[in-house]
Design a protein around this ligand. Structure first.
Ligand SMILES: Nc1nc2c(c(=O)[nH]1)N=C([C@H](O)[C@H](O)COP(=O)(O)OP(=O)(O)OP(=O)(O)O)CN2
Length: 164
């Protein structure tokens, strides 16, 4: 089958962000204090240009990315796969048990994520997997995706996927 010429669609919008609380865990006894970031997200998709002169409708991609950001917005993010954190629940509360601490949160404020640590590396990997799970880009000639997450100006982590 003839291959289409490739291009790279980059989406980097001010509104692709989420504000969330977290602490990075460094070891069984060392963690950051609780704090928050305005995390930012950007994405680049490499895809073939079709006969209509388009790869895919990038408006659809922007909508999906915004939904992925909204799902993490205004929450305390906790990593449920951390070997150093144990999660307890009860009476509408979530307790993050770390070393000798039992840190209480209201359940409604917490989002447990399937991550080992709430770092920009792990968040980039998670959002890339969630993007790939979405049906919107199915049918487009997508060859690669790069998704970046930033916790502040000048500090980004990127996860990439390439078709075989
Ligand atoms: N590899 C990683 N290292 C660190 C991460 C991370 O996600 N991946 N995260 C943190 C902290 O949570 C925080 O984001 C960094 O804090 P810090 O650099 O101290 O403060 P700022 O983000 O405000 O950056 P400034 O350069 O001070 O403006 C730590 N390590």
């Amino acid at each position: 089958m003839a291959k289409h010429p490739l291009t790279r669609i980059e989406i980097s919008k001010e509104y692709l962000n989420f504000s969330a609380g977290h602490f990075t865990i460094f070891s069984s006894v060392a963690r950051e204090n609780l704090h928050g970031h305005n995390f930012r997200v950007r994405c680049a998709v490499t895809a073939g240009i079709g006969a209509d002169g388009m790869t895919f409708d990038y408006v659809v991609l922007k909508r999906v990315l915004r939904e992925l950001c909204d799902a993490l917005d205004e929450r305390m993010l906790l990593p449920e796969l951390s070997p150093y954190l144990r999660i307890e629940r009860g009476d509408g509360m979530v307790f993050a048990c770390f070393d000798r601490e039992r840190i209480p949160f209201l359940e409604r404020d917490v989002l447990l994520l399937p991550l080992r640590n709430v770092t920009i590396e792990e968040l980039a990997e998670l959002l890339l997997a969630r993007l790939r799970d979405r049906p919107e880009l199915i049918g487009a000639d997508v060859r690669g995706i790069e998704l970046g997450v930033s916790s502040g100006l000048g500090q980004w982590a990127y996860s990439t996927w390439e078709s075989e």
